[in-house]
Ligand binder design. Sequence first.
Ligand code: DGJ
Length: 731
Amino acid sequence: MTNLIFFDAEQQVFHLKNQQISYLLAVEDFGLVSHLYFGKQVDSYHGQRKYPRVDRGFSGNLAGVEDRRYSQDTLLREYSMAGEGDYRIPAAKIMQADGSYALNFKFTGFEMFPGKPKLVGLPSAYVEDDIEAETLVITSIDEISKLELATFYTIYRDRPVIARSTQVRNLSTQNSKIHKLASMQVDFPDEAFSVISLPGAHNQERQVQKEAIGYGIKKFSSRRGSTSHQMNNFIALEKGTADEFQGEVFGFNLVYSGNHAFEIEKDQIGQIRLVAGINEEDFSWELLSGETFQSPEVLMVYSDQGLNKMSQTYHDLLTNRVARGNYRNKERDILINNWEATYFDFTEEKLRPLVDTAAEVGIEMFVLDDGWFGERDSDTNSLGDWFADKRKFPNGLNHFADYVHQKGLKFGLWMEPEMISIDSNLYREHPDFLMSYPERIPAPSRSQHLLDLGRKEVRENILTQLSAIFDEGYVDYVKWDMNRSLSEVFSRQLTSDNQGETLHRYILGLYELLETLITKYPAILWEGCSGGGGRFDSGILHYMPQSWTSDDTDAVERLKIQYGTSLVYPPSSFTSHVSAIPNHQTGRNISLNTRGNTAMSSVFGYELDLTTFTAEEKQAVAKQVALYKDIRKVVQFGKFTRLKNPFISNECAWQFISQEQTEVLVFAFKILTQGQEPFSLLKLTDLDPTKHYKTENGTIFGGDELMNLGFYLPQQTEDFSSWMYRFTRID
Ligand code: DGJ
């Protein structure tokens, strides 16, 4: 019995719906599966979207079908294949044993059931109770090749979300080769869409880009073996004049950490096709007889109230149904990280005063960053040697961790387990673990190389080394870093024909290793990192509930980075630190107040040498720390809304409302001063118009006043000013 998914046998239409969204698909003539609708909920469907029959030149017809008005090249479809006469971007490309790409999938059946199946070996959104969601599986078969295609759709009961993924199963006795298997395809009828993407660079992650969709093909992708700084694995389609607060928006986020591609094509008659999944470049997979290949999952979100509502849907879903573990809903500790304080230049003795000062101001965790292992004084060596450097920790790492614990702080440790330095014991013992092309000198990046995590023996070696540390029980937190893109993608365990599997096997190996570690050490808080935010995605979030957002710690540059990140990812999943001035990345001087306000807008910490602070400065830090302890529940688990966009103005603002709706926090930033500065009105949102809200100094406003009238931000007297406002609902 299902009550979110309905099948109308007469019309041959499937309708997935909840209170907010509808998704409609149909079994068309001759067994093709067509797309009818995705958007705001409709109660019933009476056939008005049945695809019109029109004869269009140069759009051919199905084999054996005489009707020239019916073409696979124009139909809105659920999933398309290369080689079948649909000239738009295919969702899949599979080569048969005879070398052809011929495939004609015809609908064979369906299944619908409560709940949501797990994706074997891959991260995905989940349910805690089968009542939360229902799943539809549509199967089609190509009778000649005996390949079976299954497209999965899960609709959540109380969320405007559909999760989609695809499987292909080889039922023949011969092997096939998958060259592309997208997670999903959505075909929209002719509509005026813009696309929002999150391009960037190291130190400039997730900058918001918006462009109109014109004719032709546009691809947003990564070929770096990981999600990448350069293009996050998310896009949104915005209809017409939609903006942060109003209009229709469709979000698509891939739950995967490797190469990805989001391809958009506006076809000859203005229809729009979106195909998303693993990037087909550098990918192939031999599908042996009897085997199944599972694609990663795409989380599709619909919003009828602009980008903010889309983001809030993602925030709730990713926090509560993608992230896992003890820390999923737990307030995160305020940490101090020694990276920008010392870089590689430290010893236990030198670090102790930093720990003491951190304890003095109320910081809760000390994170020992890069440089504690092997013989590492620079980034040129020792990756792979996961044992303490005796020169820096003569009594072992546990001795220092004990000191940190005695001071009342938790102890966190940086690691980069996917890497190997040529100058390392690991390389000297196992040169073949390094991923490289045979007989060629491997190309370094940051003087380091990748381990081939697709290989079991490599994963086992790393697991043994890490377990030796974690078994001692003194590590409370791990920062899991990854500081280069993959290159020379070649695996010694695969044949020359199957090298196209290397990248995906790497990611599967990484997920397996992470799954083992988080299961074995559930008390550890895991933080992802990739030279800042180079692998910031919901796949990683399934294992690690937070990630380092960017190596750029400049509080003003961070506004844009955090703004872009928040399009998809919840503030509880990204971390931000107050760092030194002049800032190490930009040389900019920004007040402690503004550095604090930016960093306090997510999971908060410090990354500077507090021992150099005056008593007065330490007091200011202690005040910030105390404040964050007071507000962190609202920041990390409240409802987040973007109010002012730094990409289009000199200002930035956002607000948080507590789950109980009683606490409201607003952070507002002005970037540069200007002559004759215009006034800036700030209007809040989502308050109860019938209730009253009190400021910290006792002034009372109606919710309707704060939302409709708003208030003026102060005039700025220096660059990079910011303000935090707190309101408490009083009735
Ligand atoms: C890159 C990270 O993003 C930094 O925070 C720091 O951990 C360095 N790696 C250390 O090598």
